[in-house]
Ligand binder design. Structure first.
Ligand SMILES: NC(=O)c1ccc[n+]([C@@H]2O[C@H](COP(=O)([O-])OP(=O)(O)OC[C@H]3O[C@@H](n4cnc5c(N)ncnc54)[C@H](O)[C@@H]3O)[C@@H](O)[C@H]2O)c1
Ligand SMILES: O=c1ccn([C@@H]2O[C@H](COP(=O)(O)OP(=O)(O)O[C@H]3O[C@H](CO)[C@@H](O)[C@H](O)[C@H]3O)[C@@H](O)[C@H]2O)c(=O)[nH]1
Length: 590
């Protein structure tokens, strides 16, 4: 695979974004038709948001999986994501008298390719399970198939966007495949536009992204294509958040972001085991560390381990790339992030067994939550899969409740037949808890929490103004001089992320999530009024678990193992539960 690891980004080479000051020409005319290949967790929500924010553009999401497409065309979408249904309904069905439908879901892949000016390729790129690089490298088979299909079908110049997460150099490969197979006279320009949405908050992330990265080849046609894609995003994303850079930087930035995020979780999880072995409490440690603005509070919640389809896959891919570049120490560094995650899952199960008198044999364990995180029905790489498997190995009977994961999915993930008597999948959490010896919380669904707001960190007031504080501190010694305007060296470390005069960053809860912007709430308010239904997130919020009722149903002694620090342990202890939380010392658990 062709790779250019030394290429500098346009931003650093030119000292400015290359989009600045460029004049639009004919080849930059507005994009009229967009195709998203791959109608999964990325393609579906991305298509819905583009269609919603660019109502004069036709957006067609295509997939080879007809069940998925049927679901996108129904009222039961194939993925659960707060506010997704509302956005899909507006763009797919239109609003009488206000807007025409401009979002379509189809299996007619060739037709959608032919019609499109711009094609997002958001197909799956899972870790290879066999062959060279098995367990580490990405399987690029689906991406290559989609690329060849574009080359075969497109009959006019088309911009092809690599949306899937891929190793560096993949865009170059796509460009070569397209060029070699193009119809006469048809030109393609490949861009990298990695997606940073997190499931459960996809709509917020897509509507209000921290940044949009557009990587392009350093040619005139590359920059023109990047500008045209930037114009699509400019329908709703502020221009300063749309960053253009070289294509390899964009590809690597995606893997790098995930690796850095996962590394924080493995770091805090490694610290959680030190807390358990001492008298420290991980929530307090996480809060204290997160107040340092260089560290910040996000992605610092200790847990039973990270899951999801991305972190492990992308870090193993980075490991593989490092090995291929003969950088074994770098490979070992990133691999250790995944190893600590495995350790955390095993450690949690070990705690359950140790606490329950070293045997789970024939004991009923209620598992609350099976998805890899709240607000999604996705179970890919969920920590729950390995924990439940270990519980079964200990001969426990496991009753599972999750508000969004389908019954068959759970059996598939556990590789068990649906008539296996050791597993009960319950549609009611109280059925799962009835006669249980222990409750194990594996997903942080708000409905399991017994506290108003999850996690301890309180919002702090605005950070004191640096200049004012400096003036106040030095006024005595300066004898009338102004320490700032008179050029006193403050000794301030410019490496700090906090710069004098800048406003304080958000110091909210450890698992900070952006809220849905007002313009979405206004739009979705209309269909809701007609049906007077509650949105799905609202319905879920109303189903809060009654822990007193749970206590009346369980066997004695009652254990709660909180793998997500979701409950207020003190409150549960007052109801007679014995609570074991991640990262609290055993002496605090009684
Ligand atoms: N899930 C996330 O939160 C997330 C976030 C950012 C980036 N990503 C990346 O985005 C990509 C897609 O992820 P996902 O979670 O949406 O995957 P997914 O498995 O949910 O969806 C991929 C879809 O692509 C379809 N597909 C595969 N080959 C096709 C082809 N040739 N033509 C038409 N359809 C085809 C599949 O049938 C499937 O429905 C991956 O590279 C992933 O790493 C995922
Ligand atoms: O403080 C935290 C935050 C998260 N998690 C866990 O980490 C996993 C991943 O969480 P999150 O990052 O919120 O979800 P993903 O949907 O996997 O999103 C990640 O992976 C996507 C796919 O590449 C990227 O686009 C996103 O930016 C990146 O956050 C989940 O199991 C969480 O429960 C923790 O244990 N502690």
């Amino acid at each position: 695979m062709a790779q250019s690891w030394t290429a500098n980004s346009f931003v650093s080479q030119q000292g400015r974004n290359p989009r600045e000051g460029e004049v639009k020409n004919e080849s930059q005319r507005a994009i009229k038709s967009i195709c998203c290949i791959g109608g999964g967790y990325v393609g579906g929500p991305s298509g819905a948001v583009i269609a919603n924010r660019a109502p004069s553009t036709k957006v067609t999401v295509v997939d080879v999986n007809s069940d998925r497409i049927d679901a996108w065309n129904s009222t039961k979408l194939p993925v659960y994501e707060p506010y997704l249904y509302d956005l899909v309904a507006i763009a797919r069905d239109g609003i009488p008298g206000q807007r025409e439908p401009n979002l379509f879901f189809s299996t007619q892949v060739d037709e959608a390719i032919r019609e499109a000016d711009l094609i997002f390729v958001g197909v799956n790129t899972p870790t290879k399970t066999s062959g060279l690089g098995a367990g580490k490298a990405s399987d690029l088979g689906w991406l290559e198939m989609a690329t060849r299909r574009i080359a075969r079908c497109a009959d006019h110049d088309t911009i092809v966007i690599e949306k899937s997460t891929v190793p560096c150099g993949t865009a170059q490969d796509m460009q070569e495949i397209l060029k070699a197979n193009a119809k006469p006279g048809v030109q393609f320009e490949v861009l990298s536009n990695p997606e940073f949405l997190a499931e459960g908050t996809a709509i917020s992330n897509l509507l209000c992204p921290d940044r949009v990265l557009i990587g392009c080849f350093e040619t005139e046609s590359g920059r023109t294509a990047a500008n045209r894609l930037a114009d699509v995003y400019a329908n709703w994303v502020p221009k300063d958040r749309i960053i253009t850079m070289n294509i390899w930087s964009a590809e690597l930035s995606k893997l790098a972001s995930n690796a850095l995020l996962a590394q924080r979780i493995s770091s805090i999880n490694a610290l959680s085991s030190i807390c358990e072995a001492t008298g420290a409490n991980i929530e307090e440690v996480s809060y204290a560390c997160g107040l340092d603005t260089r560290i910040g509070p996000k992605m610092l919640s200790a847990s039973v381990g990270f899951g999801g389809s991305c972190f492990k896959k992308d870090i193993m891919n980075l490991t593989h790339i490092s090995e291929s570049l003969n950088l074994p120490e770098v490979a070992a560094y990133w691999k250790s992030v995944v190893e600590v995650n495995e350790y955390q899952k095993n450690r949690f199960t070990q705690q359950i067994v140790d606490t329950m008198h070293s045997t789970l044999s024939r004991k009923k364990i209620a598992v609350l939550g099976f998805a890899y995180k709240k607000n999604t029905g996705d179970t890919r790489e969920s920590a729950a899969i390995s924990v439940v498997r270990s519980l079964l190995d200990e001969n426990a009977i496991v009753a599972i409740y999750d508000p969004k994961v389908r019954r068959n999915q759970i059996f598939d993930d556990l590789k068990l037949s649906t008539d296996d008597q050791r597993i009960q999948v319950c549609s009611d959490p109280y059925d799962a808890c009835e006669d249980a010896h222990a409750v194990v919380i594996l997903t942080e669904w708000d409905m399991f929490s017994n506290q108003e707001k999850r996690t301890t960190p309180a919002r702090l007031g605005k950070k004191p103004d640096f200049e004012a504080a400096l003036r106040a501190s030095l006024s005595d010694t300066m004898r009338g001089k102004d320490p700032i305007s008179d050029g006193l060296d403050s000794g301030y470390d410019s490496g700090h992320s906090y710069s004098p005069g800048a406003s304080s960053p958000d110091l909210g809860s450890a698992h900070v999530r952006p809220s849905t912007p007002d313009f979405v709430v206004q739009q979705i308010a209309k269909p809701r009024k007609q049906t007077s239904e509650l949105s799905e997130p609202q319905q879920l919020a109303q189903k809060k678990l009654d822990w007193s009722r749970v206590s009346s149903l369980m066997q004695r002694p009652m254990y709660v193992f909180d793998g997500r620090n979701t409950v207020d342990a003190q409150k549960l202890r007052s109801l007679g539960f014995h609570v074991v939380s991640i990262g609290s010392s055993a002496s605090n658990s009684k």
